[in-house]
Design a binder for this molecule. Structure first.
Ligand SMILES: Cc1cc2nc3c(=O)[nH]c(=O)nc-3n(C[C@H](O)[C@H](O)[C@H](O)COP(=O)(O)O)c2cc1C
Length: 366
């Protein structure tokens, strides 16, 4: 096998780093502040162990599960990420095709680089719309109505961005959305011709959900006005599944459950918001205790392997999501790279299940 194949998420990251302009790599890879939060997430995941169990005939294993009553072929999906087409032209639709193939949810960001209508069609319904509250909220509710009209059954309200976190790596490159090309970016792009020729030739990626009349969005506009009344209004208008993403506090989790939210996503936004936030994997076990068994809990942040994902599942999550590493795989090797990384993650989880003497994630939890 070629030495440039992807055998781990770190391989994908290393290859992506070579191909992407520094500005784009640092936008995807970067985290808040001094990135101590990202290191804390990693350390907390590494500190968790899975105990091998022996002689249990684990020859017949399955990674399938159910999610909101529907079968999914993996207990992991794809987290919502803005502007994925910066990783490579067509990245959004590669993710949508992957979601369709495995019947797993693809998070479609408010600031996705492909319109939400096209995403859910290509994902064959396996798409959840991720909503940001912004400004006075008028545009937010319009977007939710549009998602409903496009056939989305699940809405994910992201609540951990009252203000966009300060990410020095983005700031240093002058990253904005849509991005400007000044002398510094020009040099960066010139030094990464493969990316520049393919991506810039297709036109700069845009925040596609705002290309239609009647919508506007400023990534830097404050989202700080959202409160519990906003949530109650959203719960009233949204009849489908409502997930709230970006929860790290057990009291908040209990209040969300009482407010009629269908599932909670424990997440630190991949350490991109509050550098001092607790490691979300530690918050997960506390939140599971607070909401009780049986309440749907999802998890993302810092997962870099199938073993990491399995740790989150046995710690109390019913389903987990990968973020950055999906974009790295695409930046590294396009759609084939994405497929390779997906297989790596699946194999890692399946092999880890065998090692701990379980034939399914359900069995691993007991
Ligand atoms: C480049 C990038 C863009 C993101 N954009 C969004 C977004 O628009 N909405 C959102 O809810 N989360 C967004 N996230 C956060 C992800 O949904 C997820 O919480 C995070 O990536 C998980 O951590 P991981 O990347 O370590 O797996 C973004 C993350 C990255 C890396």
């Amino acid at each position: 096998m070629s030495t440039s194949a992807i055998h781990s998420a770190e391989d994908a990251r290393r290859l992506a780093r070579r191909r992407l302009p520094w500005m784009v790599f640092d936008y995807i890879d970067g985290a808040a502040g001094a990135e101590a939060g990202a290191a804390r997430d990693r350390a907390a995941l590494d500190a968790l162990t899975l105990r091998p169990r022996i002689l249990r005939d684990v020859s017949d294993r399955s990674l399938s599960t159910t999610l909101f009553g529907k079968p999914a072929q993996r207990p992991f999906g794809i987290a919502p990420m803005g502007m994925c087409n910066l990783a490579s032209p067509g990245a959004d639709l590669m993710l949508a095709r992957l979601a369709a193939r495995y019947s797993v949810p693809l998070g479609v960001s408010t600031v996705a680089s492909t319109p939400m209508e096209e995403m859910i069609e290509v994902a064959q319904g396996n798409a959840w719309f991720q909503l940001y509250f912004s400004g006075d909220g008028a545009g937010t509710f319009k977007l939710a109505e549009r998602a409903r009209d496009a056939g989305y059954e699940t809405l994910v309200l992201t609540v951990d961005v009252p203000e966009v976190g300060r990410r020095p790596r983005e700031l240093r490159h002058g990253f904005t959305m849509p991005f400007r090309i000044g002398p510094r970016q020009f040099l960066d792009f010139a030094l990464h011709p493969r990316w520049s020729l393919s991506t810039l030739a297709q036109g700069r990626p845009q925040m596609a959900n705002f290309q239609m009349a009647g919508y506007s969005f400023d990534r830097t506009e404050s989202r700080a006005k959202a409160n519990w009344d906003t949530l109650a209004r959203l719960r009233d208008m949204w009849r489908g599944n409502l997930v709230v993403k970006g929860v790290l506090d057990p009291e908040d989790a209990v209040a969300l459950k009482e407010a009629g939210v269908d599932a909670i996503q424990v997440s630190s936004h991949g350490a991109r918001q509050l550098d001092s936030a607790p490691a979300p994997i530690s918050a997960l076990s506390d939140i599971r205790k607070a909401v009780g068994a049986g309440y749907p809990l999802f998890y993302d942040s810092g997962l870099r392997s199938g073993e990491d994902a399995l740790k989150a599942l046995v710690t109390g999550a019913d389903f987990v999501f990968f973020g950055r590493i999906m974009q790295f795989a695409i930046a590294a090797r396009g759609e084939a790279g994405l497929g390779q990384l997906w297989d790596v993650l699946s194999d890692e989880m399946s092999i880890a299940l065998a090692q701990i003497g379980a034939t399914s994630v359900e069995a691993a939890k007991v």
